[in-house]
Design a protein around this ligand. Structure first.
Ligand code: HEC
Length: 193
């Protein structure tokens, strides 16, 4: 094929293209296009192949340890304003409507001898771990049946972590925070090892 032929082909292609542009702008001007609610024809989007399962990062709720690690005592102090109507937390400050919260983290549930706890609290048993406080403070009456603590709870997990970190500081020897595990992406599949 000579270069003459090639440029003829090129010209033909160009003219066709110009013609199409011309027609489409013409029709566009004449017919007001209805808004498309979906693609007029299926568009195939090439997606990159999914890498091996181990590389897939599964988004999970942050663990309590992770929430506590980044929790702010300052935020905890704001949240604690909701508790102060019923609780004191200073050493030896005594009970109000609720028991003294000095040293509560790690203490046995219902552990203040001078306070008259509900039957549910007395029956619960065990110590106030970070985990138990986290569940209790979300909705007290779900954790302890017929609790005397007339408080709806703190829905926000960050608020709960913050107030727990503050409660932890109400102690001469604060309990060690739980360690944050390294991200483990293999936990959700059944691959051994
Ligand atoms: C309306 C009063 C009231 C408010 C508000 C309140 N509490 Fe209480 N709290 C109580 C009472 C009463 C108890 C005892 C519950 C029982 O015996 O069932 C209690 C018990 C507790 C306990 C268990 C203590 C122990 O010695 O076992 C913790 C922890 C606690 N409250 C934390 C909080 C925190 C944190 C807040 C704020 C986010 C809060 N409370 C808000 C009244 C209150």
């Amino acid at each position: 094929m000579g270069s003459y032929n090639l440029s003829k082909i090129a010209l033909a292609v160009l003219l066709t293209a110009l013609g199409m542009v011309g027609i489409s702008s013409l029709t566009g001007a004449i017919f007001k296009q209805a808004d498309l609610t979906k693609d007029a024809f299926p568009i195939k989007v090439e997606t990159a192949p999914v890498k091996s399962a181990k590389n897939v990062v599964v988004k999970k709720e942050p663990s309590l340890a992770a929430l506590l690690a980044v929790a702010s005592v300052e935020r905890g102090q704001k949240v604690f304003k909701k508790c102060q109507g019923c609780h004191t937390a200073a050493k030896g400050a005594g009970n109000r409507v609720g028991p003294d919260l000095w040293d509560v983290v790690g203490r046995s549930k219902g552990g203040v001898k001078s306070f008259s706890y509900s039957e549910g609290m007395k029956a619960k048993g065990g110590n106030w771990t970070f985990q138990d406080l986290f569940i209790f403070l979300k909705k007290p009456k779900d954790f302890i049946a017929k609790t005397k603590m007339g408080f709806a709870g703190l829905k926000n997990a960050t608020d709960r972590a913050a107030v727990i970190v503050l409660l932890r500081s109400f102690s001469d020897a604060p309990l060690a925070l739980p360690t944050v595990k390294a991200p483990d992406n293999t936990a959700d599949n059944n691959t051994p090892g």
